[in-house]
Ligand binder design. Structure first.
Ligand code: FA5
Length: 335
């Protein structure tokens, strides 16, 4: 019996030492310490020994049982640590890794809010191509041939006649040419200009708006834009219409809102003026209506074009437009 114990000890210890994974260890545990295990059988057989040998033999078996249990446990810990370090194997006892939850980009949030506001006012969403012809981007919009925006220095040309659209206004032409009045659309999308500083990027987003119908007046434009600004920035914001010029609208205006930072009192952001420019707008020029085959005697319309990044900067108090495109997770996480 004494020999049996020592042989079993040596054999079990060799196996424990050689074990490479958890499966192997649990088989060793079952083989020696399980209900029908080899050590368990020896313990069960104590009753067959002469009375005087039983206590000593029982004690040795118990010691062996404790020793093997401890050695298997230690080996188990060692295997766990090794697999965590090398990245091999799967340790189901480790706490889980929480997946990062994504969220919508701030510009997507502004665009979606814009869609919501204008569809609520009865506008439909229209789209146009980002690669445009000179005709749709400029000619049909009443730009004279020598207008500075047509300059190679301001626009990204692709060959002689095609260019990356510099604004979303060509979508006005495409929509009006494809249907009779009335028209009531917004056209969101990317536009491109040779521009780069803290308030200008070479690619940015605009939302165009166009409403053409019988008896549309400048006061309709004021009503729609006031409703938009109040829903986007809050009902306490005031609007200011300043005379301006665009070749495709007459009269034209640039629209400011009371500064979101200082509430109109005057601060660094609004250059002490109390106002911030948010979009360009005007009544559709009769030459544009003629160009698309509408009769300017029958219908009138208004149009506007807003920079989406500009709206986001004002709404969220961001002072550098480039932050929207750097994909710094610390910035994006705040929205
Ligand atoms: C236009 O692009 C006209 N198409 C808008 C318009 C539409 C007027 C319909 C009348 C009727 P403007 O060049 O001002 O206008 O640009 C409109 C807005 O785009 C600006 O108010 C500004 O917010 C934004 N913007 C212009 N250039 C950049 C740029 N490089 N980066 C980011 N935003 C810009």
């Amino acid at each position: 019996m004494a020999l049996d114990i020592e042989a079993l000890r040596a054999e079990a210890q060799d196996l424990i030492k050689a074990a490479k994974d958890m499966d192997c260890l649990s088989q060793i545990r079952i083989r020696y310490l399980g209900r029908k295990g080899e050590l368990t059988s020896l313990i069960k057989n104590i009753g067959h020994l002469p009375q005087e040998e039983r206590p000593k033999f029982g004690e040795r078996l118990n010691q062996l049982k404790l020793a093997l249990t401890r050695e298997i446990d230690e080996k188990q810990e060692a295997i766990k640590k090794l697999s965590a370090k090398t990245g091999t194997g799967l340790d189901l006892t480790l706490p889980g890794i929480r997946p990062e939850r994504g969220r919508k980009h701030p510009l997507t949030q502004i665009l979606e809010e814009t869609y919501h506001i204008f569809t609520g006012l009865g506008f439909k969403i229209a789209e146009g191509p980002e690669i445009e012809t000179d005709y749709y981007n400029f000619g049909a919009l009443n730009f004279p041939d020598d207008h500075p925006a047509r300059d190679m220095h301001d626009s990204f040309y692709l060959g002689t006649d095609n260019l990356l659209r510099t604004h979303t206004s060509p979508v006005q032409i495409r929509v009006m040419k494809s249907q009779p009045p009335p028209v009531r659309i917004i056209a969101p999308g990317k536009v491109y200009r040779r521009d780069a500083d803290i308030t200008h990027t070479p690619m940015f987003h605009q939302v165009e708006g166009l409403l053409v119908d019988n008896d549309v007046s400048f006061s309709d434009l004021k009503g729609v834009l006031t409703s938009f600004v109040h829903q986007m920035f809050g009902p306490d914001k005031r609007l200011r219409f300043r005379p301006s010029f665009f070749p495709f609208t007459e009269p034209s205006a640039e629209i400011d809102i009371s500064c979101v930072m200082c509430m109109g009192k005057g601060c660094r952001v609004c250059s002490q003026s109390g106002w911030l420019e948010i979009l360009g707008a005007g009544m559709v020029h009769p030459n544009v209506l003629n160009e698309v085959g509408y009769d300017p005697e029958q219908v009138t319309g208004f149009a506007f074009g807003a920079g989406v990044e500009r709206i986001a900067m004002l709404k969220y108090g961001v002072d550098d437009i480039r932050l929207f495109f750097e994909n710094d997770i610390r910035f994006l996480r705040q929205f």
